[in-house]
Ligand binder design. Structure first.
Ligand SMILES: C[S@@+](CC[C@H](N)C(=O)[O-])C[C@H]1O[C@@H](n2cnc3c(N)ncnc32)[C@H](O)[C@@H]1O
Length: 343
């Protein structure tokens, strides 16, 4: 998924920094407290670390439950007993005119105040049909919790691939793009099998930090005012499937209790310091780029209060989600601020 602030393309850089900073090599617990797509959690799961993974967004949590917490082969035993292969079944369903169709496709919104085309009519109906089926299997206890979240993760990924957007859902494109016409296919996503401990949370980092402990705390908070709840609201609705009240041309969710202080200039530094201060972790690594709303000097000054500080930096190609923004340069500098915390 093309996610704002995704660390997919700098995983090896993060790894280099971890290897350079962390002295312990055995039975490490790594916490990815702003996990987003889960690519960082997945990378360190592959390395054999115990993982604590968290995000305030439910669609991210569902993905983490599906892809990080599951660490054994999923057998779908009860479905198999009924000779149902979940993926063949989902991909063969007839479309349904559910919430996604009625609110986010042109066919479904043509008589509404706002016409929206986030998905083709057929794909919107398919998303509804799949999401309804997954919920039905769960209600009938034909799938267990691990299988449930795994299927939701696969559906989110599949829906995102055929969305008629420039990567984020704060707007849809006026003309349908080619990939949005392709029929949605729900594919099984890769799972990593390791015998370690995995904890997944859906909490505000401020609350969670007071309840957990480990070796490495990796911080990748939002670094500007682009909010994840509005930019990914449809993925949130597909994951929750809760018939929310929505508003305006973009159809964003009305109820919004998840405002992140990291997106607010006056609050971001206070929020970050609270996290660092209350972290029961030996090493804290913070990813932040040179365009973040907290100045680099402030981060350095803050971290130095709590232990030994070191900073790494690397040029990184910019995340581009639309054509309307103009940028002075096509790269950013990705800093990793490292702290070895005093006891
Ligand atoms: C820069 S992104 C993380 C990207 C992630 N490392 C990846 O590679 O996909 C920041 C994430 O922090 C989450 N977030 C924002 N404020 C939060 C908070 N207070 N507590 C927990 N998660 C938060 C957002 O939902 C978003 O997924």
């Amino acid at each position: 998924m093309n996610y704002i602030g995704s660390k997919f393309s700098i995983l090896s850089y993060i790894d280099e920094v971890v290897e350079g900073v962390v002295k312990e090599k055995k039975d490490i617990t790594f916490c990815d407290i702003f996990a987003g797509t889960g690519v960082v959690s997945k990378y360190f799961k592959e390395k054999g670390y115990n993982i604590i993974s968290n995000d305030i967004e439910y669609f991210s949590y569902a993905t983490l439950k599906g892809l990080i917490e599951n660490s054994d082969e999923l057998k779908f035993e009860k479905l198999q007993k009924k000779h149902i292969d979940p993926f063949i079944c989902l991909n063969g369903l007839n479309g349904k005119k559910g919430f996604i169709y009625k609110n986010y496709s042109l066919g479904g919104t043509k008589k509404n105040e706002y016409q929206r085309q986030y998905f083709s009519d057929d794909n919107a109906k398919k998303i509804d049909a799949c999401r309804i089926k997954i919920e039905k299997w769960k209600k009938k206890k034909l799938i267990n919790e691990g299988e449930y979240y795994y299927l939701i993760a696969c559906l989110i990924e599949a829906a995102d691939k055929v969305a008629n957007t420039a990567s984020v859902y704060e707007a849809f494109l006026k003309e349908m793009k080619k990939s949005a016409y392709k029929p949605m296919i729900v594919n099984p996503l890769e799972l990593i099998f390791k015998n370690k401990k995995y904890e997944i949370y859906n909490e505000n980092s401020k609350d969670l930090i007071r309840k957990i402990s480990g070796d490495i705390l990796y911080l990748d908070p939002p670094y500007n005012n682009r909010k994840y709840d509005t930019n990914y609201h449809i993925l949130e609705t597909i994951a929750l499937y809760d018939n929310p009240k929505i508003k305006g041309k973009t159809g964003t969710r009305v109820e919004n209790t998840k405002k992140s202080n990291y997106c607010i200039k006056d609050k971001a530094a206070i929020e970050l310091e609270d996290l660092i201060k209350n972290a029961d972790f030996k090493y804290i690594l913070l990813s932040y780029n040179d365009e973040g709303i907290i100045p680099i000097e402030k981060i350095e000054e803050m971290m130095k209060k709590y232990g030994n500080y070191k900073r790494y930096e690397k040029k990184h190609k910019r995340f581009k989600s639309d054509n309307e923004r103009t940028y002075k340069k096509d790269y950013t500098i990705e800093y990793i601020h490292c702290l070895e915390k005093n006891k």
